[in-house]
Structures are given as structure tokens and as C-alpha cells.
Design a protein around this ligand. Sequence first.
Ligand code: PFF
Length: 447
Amino acid sequence: MSRDSFGSRFGALVAMAGSAVGLGNLWRFPYLVGENGGAAFIIVYILLSFLICLPIFISEFVVGRRSQKNAYAAFRDLSGGSAWRWVGLFTIIVPLIVLSYYSVIGGWSVDYLLKSFTFSFTGGESQSAMATMFSDMVSSTWAPLLAHTGFLLTTMLIVVVGIKDGIEKFSKVMMPLLFVIVIAIAIYSVTLPGAKAGLDYLFNPDFSKINGEAIAAALGQAFFSLSLGFGTIMTYASYVDKKENIMFQSTATAVSDLMFALIAGTAIMPAVFAFGINPQSGPGLVFETLPYVFGQMPAGGFIAILFFLALLVAALTSSISMLEVAVAYLVEEKNLSRIGACVVLFVICWVVGAVCSLSFGPLSHVEIAGGNIFDFFDDLSSNILMTLGSLLTVLFVGWRLKKTDVYDEFTNGGAISRNAKIFGVLWILIRYVCPLAIIAIFISGLL
Ligand code: PFF
């Protein structure tokens, strides 16, 4: 049976951008920018995205498209059957861990979308009422479990249909919609009286805040946002046509991801400041602060629906990419049918996700490394496993693959002369700069 693949350049691009654009852009990026020096952080973020992350992205692309196989087989076959295959397996397991708790947050966005349909935030409630609404929801047993189930099931239903007809079709419709919604909210948000304070918070550079920790935060965010170190880009790249230009596809994904993050910041912060509120971190920003803001602003009920719809769509186009990594593996290596693979993975992720969900309520007394189970999975995967996955991938491409093979894949057999011209620089970045920078930044973040 021939392998499924993306049907068009645009389809491959929106699917990759869909994986990149996600919850990370909508709540993590705006908050990190504000905390770490505004525009100064954005400059560091852009530099790291293009100097470190883009070469890693291209490395994953090369591995995936060269092998046209799942991540495990890609590492195995390209290394002539060596132990590198275990790195492949590692990059399959990490996205499953992330998917499990990502689906819990995806579930919260389902819950809040439903709440916004019933105009639950627009009765002029206080800020503390919104905080209570959120903590009541996450700490209850059944509502978040049900929403997590619905989110994961939807992810599975899209993936089960396949690459061209499932993932690609969904992304083609949803990604443009997502951009339109967030741009519309951003335009609305900057026209609110008092919006300027939010723009200042985001875009005024404060270089005194740039230290080792801020740089590590920028790199971690760039990894997470570009879905690096997870086997995802590798797996999607394995479905990309051999004629496509890797440099173009990679840069276009990185640019769309960055643009989306900046637009999301512009949608959120001016509105938050217009109502005189200090932005909170993480889920608190999206699920406590914003509902209060929606309750205060004119037409807020409608904006709330658009916002939570955007959040859900952004989460879904990312979650399908995480699931596909392991589905490809089980179908190609373990001979499972696509449905069989999806069902097995659904059960695993549902159970792990359910434990994460309950860690806000009935299991909140269980502490691992000073936090609840959810935080443990989040910290472990986004701070350590992801960095390790990216490091091992660039080491694989830079030190294990043959330079001529990487050149061949990157330039489509020498046909793309522009790529041939920049290959020398790219090779130095992949071989030396990226591994050293990842290690240095990782260590400085620990200090
Ligand atoms: N890039 C996604 C975000 O910013 O929310 C998260 C993500 C998607 C991480 C896919 C890993 C992955 F494989």
C-alpha cells in the first residue's frame, strides 16, 4: 500500500504551521514577553528562532523527508540500523506525554467555549468570581474529564482519516480561520481606550531584564512553539513531496508562528491593560483574566466566543500533529491499522491525561518535585525532554549523517541553487552552533 502524503504545498505548510501555532502562542508567548523585557525579549526570541531553531527545524525536516518513514524508522534506517533508533523512539514518546496534558487544556477551552455560548462571563462578574469559576471547573472531577475526552476524541477522529483527507483538510480550513479571528480581535483590542499601556508592556524594550534565565525562557518557548524535539516536524516532513523546497517550507512555518504569536500578544495585552489589570501567567491569563475582560468590554460576549473558538482550533491543529507521530510508528512498525493505532493511543493518552486532570482536584494532594502531576509532566517535557530531543536530533544530522546526504536533501539533489549557496552556513550552525548553544543556554537556565 502506498504511503499517504500531503496533497499540496499549501496543505503541507498549513499543517506544519498548525502544529507550531497553538496554546504556546496564545497564552505563553504574550506573558513571557511582558515578564522578560518586552521588545528586548522579542528581539532575543527572533534571533534564537532563526539562528538556533530554524536550523533544528531544517534538521528534522531533512531526517523526515529523506527517510519518508516514521521517526523511529527514520533514525534507524538513516543510521544504518544503529542504536540511534532509540532516539527516534524517544521523539515518539515525548509528544504522547505532551498530548496527554495538552488535551486537558484543550478540554478547558472546550468548556470555556461552551460557557461563552451561554454568556457566562458577561453578567458584570468580579475578577475574583472569574477566578473562582475557573478553579471550580478545574478542581471538579467530571466536567474537565468529559471535556478532555471530547478533545482527545476529536483529535483522534481527524487523525484516523489520514494525512491528505484528515490532517491536511482540517488545517486548510482552520488555519486561515484562526488567523482571521485573531487579527480581528487584535484590531478590536488596540482600539479600546487605554490599550496603549498593553502595547507598551509588549513592545517597549527593557534590556536590563535580559539575563541567562530570560534567554533560556526564550529558547524554551521557541522550541515549544515550533514543536521541535518532538518528532512532529520529522513525521510531517516525511509526508512532504520530494520536489518541495525545505528552506522555504521551514522559514514560512517559523515566520507564520512568530507572526501569530505577535498578533496574539496584540490581541490579548492591550485588552487586559485597557481594563487596568495586570496580566497573569499561564492558564490564569486565558481562563481567569480574559473572561473578566470580556465581561467588561463592549460586545465582549461575542469576542469571548471568537477567542475560545480560536484557542480550541489552535490546540487541535497542534494535538493532531502530536498524535500522528505515534500513529505513523504503530502503523508502519507494528502493523496496526490506523484505527487500531488511534484507539490504542487514545486509551493511553486518555488515562495519563485523566490523571493530570484529576491532579487539580481529587489528586491535588499528590506532589512530584514540588508541584502537582500536571506541572510535573509540563515541566519535564517542555524543559528537559524537548531540549534533549532537539539536541540529539541536531547531533544526529550534524555528526552522524553524511554531509553530502544532508546537502542532497536540502538542495533537492543540487537543483535549488539558492539553498546550495547557504548550505555552508547552515552546516556550521547545525554541527557546532546549535548543539553548543542548546547546552549553554540549558545550563545557564539551571543556574
Ligand atoms: N507548538 C505547539 C504550541 O505552541 O502550542 C505545541 C506543540 C505542538 C508542541 C506539537 C509539540 C508538538 F509536537
